[in-house]
Design a protein around this ligand. Structure first.
Ligand code: APR
Length: 244
């Protein structure tokens, strides 16, 4: 097994599930009583801006009582204690639980619930309160505020940075994502192409399990801290062979 320097981590809704945030693709999924087309597309926003503002207002309010779990904390520990290279976290999640756990430079490719942006001047603002059609942009003064969320059909943020990270990755770890939403679902294949060792953490095999060298199945809040502990102690993945 080759030496590990740079580690790239991709997280999805499953890492926040044990904090009490429901995942998307489940019977009681995050979209709640709404159709995805209504609350997660720009067309939906054009049809009913108030509905969309209120949908994200509701999610933002709920987030204030939510705490990071052991899986988020394990990634922070890995960032702090991994000395052989860089540990980069890319998340599809719009919650702020990686930051709440102390992780740094987290790439939120699908946007952030605790931010809004202006459709006119394109500035982005930290936002911990409600927004509405009447909210005035703090920068240009126009009523053009929208949730800072990447909706279906829109381009995820920071893709150049993400592709650069994937071009120098030695260990790619995917946690709690079903692997059905692109481009994130394609990262494992890119990492493999670069020669990385790929590991997925999930309750079950994801749709892209074929691109992973191994899978660790169970709740990430339990499996991830054990894995991170072993990875830091060994400095490589030799412990995976030992435990077989
Ligand atoms: N530990 C590990 N994995 C878990 C846990 C857990 N405790 N709980 C659930 N999972 C797994 C599920 O098995 C599932 O594969 O997390 C995954 C969650 O999948 P999705 O709900 O599809 O979430 P995600 O992959 O993040 O969705 C991707 O789709 O709707 C869009 O923009 C939204 O960012 C989101 C994107």
């Amino acid at each position: 097994m080759k030496d590990i320097h740079n580690i790239v981590i991709l997280t999805g809704a499953g890492i926040s599930a044990e904090s009490g945030i429901p995942v998307f693709r489940s019977e009681t999924g995050l979209w709640e009583e709404h159709r995805v087309e209504d609350v997660a597309t720009y067309e939906g926003f054009l049809r009913d801006r108030t509905l969309v503002h209120n949908f994200y207002n509701g999610m933002r309010r709920k987030l204030s009582g939510v705490k990071p779990n052991e899986a988020h904390k394990a990634l922070t520990r890995l960032q702090n204690e991994w000395k052989n290279g860089k540990v980069s976290i890319i998340t599809q999640n719009i919650d702020n639980l990686h930051e709440a756990a102390g992780s740094i430079d987290v790439i939120h490719m699908h946007g952030e619930l605790m931010k809004v942006s202006c459709e006119k001047c394109h500035r982005v603002f930290d936002w911990d309160r409600d927004s509405s059609v009447d909210t005035v942009c703090p920068s240009c003064g126009r009523k053009a505020i929208r949730p800072h969320i990447v909706w279906f059909g829109e381009t995820p943020y920071d893709m150049d940075m993400i592709y650069a990270l994937l071009s120098e990755v030695d260990l790619f770890i995917s946690i709690g994502t079903s692997g059905v939403v692109y481009p994130a679902a394609g990262f494992a294949r890119l990492a493999k192409g670069r020669g990385a060792f790929n590991i997925e953490f999930n309750l079950e095999q994801s749709a892209t399990a074929g691109y992973f060298d191994t899978g660790i199945y169970g709740k990430a809040g339990t499996t991830l801290p054990e894995f991170v502990d072993a990875l830091i102690r060994h400095g490589d993945l030799s412990f995976l062979n030992e435990s077989k």
